[in-house]
Write a protein that binds this ligand. Structure first.
Ligand code: NAD
Length: 248
């Protein structure tokens, strides 16, 4: 039902965390997965090896999503070489947390460049290819923080809320071309991104999660795989929450 054999999928920031779990989940469903990385080439190669060891197909592709020229060139060339691009999972993201009054301009630029401009650029390049095939799936990794806000994360929250507006807009723009566009809003997931949070912050967040625990990257990846599959063919412009009940 969730089968993706014959499909080509690109996962940005796929070398670790949710991106890695997503690359593995899509490959397990039969997709040929392009694992994008910016600095973690070695890590990305290990993801490819892990996928291949289970009989799956994958390759690495290095580019900085914040560099629109580089991302478009890389995505267009990969799609040409592989003959198609069916799925984009715009997962690459950064978080620089501080109270608004202390945030530096370069930090605002960095977070918005990667999280918003990067997602826009990859989506544009991928949709160009998908339009010709008249089919495609785009999934943006937003965040629960973009829906409910979180003190100390104003820039990150703004960037993740932007992806929800982008999701709905692209869903409307490209529905007639057979392309669905959806967002996932993970809650508190155990990855490198959240490992730097202080114990106090973590404890406070756990109290707000009805399921009483943090999530695993694989639990987010399963939701992404569903949205990328034929089982989700009538779902577009939607936000799927994977947050243990933290926000309903
Ligand atoms: P992570 O920091 O482990 O992984 C992020 C990945 O993005 C890394 O591989 C990193 O190298 C890559 N990346 C960063 N800048 C890039 C760039 N310019 N070009 C290409 N790749 C780049 O984080 P994660 O927890 O796995 O998060 C993945 C996504 O899910 C992010 O968009 C994050 O905002 C979102 N998210 C995470 C959580 C969580 O609790 N972990 C919650 C909600 C949303």
């Amino acid at each position: 039902m969730f089968g993706l054999s014959g499909k080509v999928a690109l996962v940005t920031g796929g070398s670790r965390g949710i991106g890695r779990a997503t690359a593995e989940a899509l490959a397990a469903q039969g997709a040929h997965v392009i694992v994008n990385y910016v600095r973690g080439e070695e890590e990305a190669r290990r993801v490819v090896e892990a996928i291949e060891a289970r009989g799956g197909k994958a390759e690495t592709l290095g580019f900085d999503v914040a560099d629109l020229g580089a991302s478009e060139e890389a995505i267009t060339a990969a799609a040409k070489r592989l003959g198609r691009l069916d799925i984009l999972v715009a997962n690459a993201g950064v978080s620089i947390d501080n109270l608004l009054l202390r945030v530096k301009e370069e930090e605002i630029d960095r977070v918005l460049s990667v999280n918003v401009k990067g997602a826009l650029g990859c989506a544009r390049a991928a949709i160009k290819v998908m339009m010709r095939a008249r089919t495609g799936r785009v999934v943006f990794l937003s965040s629960v923080v973009g829906e409910m806000g979180n003190a100390g994360q104003s820039v990150y929250a703004a960037s993740k809320a932007a992806l929800l507006g982008l999701t709905k807009t692209l869903a409307r723009e490209y529905a007639s071309r057979g392309i669905t566009v959806n967002a996932i809003t993970p809650g508190f997931i155990d990855t490198d991104m959240t490992s730097s949070l202080g114990e106090g912050t973590k404890e406070g967040m756990l109290k707000a999660i009805p399921l009483g625990r943090t999530g695993r990257p694989e639990e987010v990846a399963a939701a992404v795989a569903f949205l990328c599959s034929d089982a989700a063919s009538y779902i577009t412009g939607e936000t799927l929450r994977v947050n243990g009940g933290m926000y309903m």
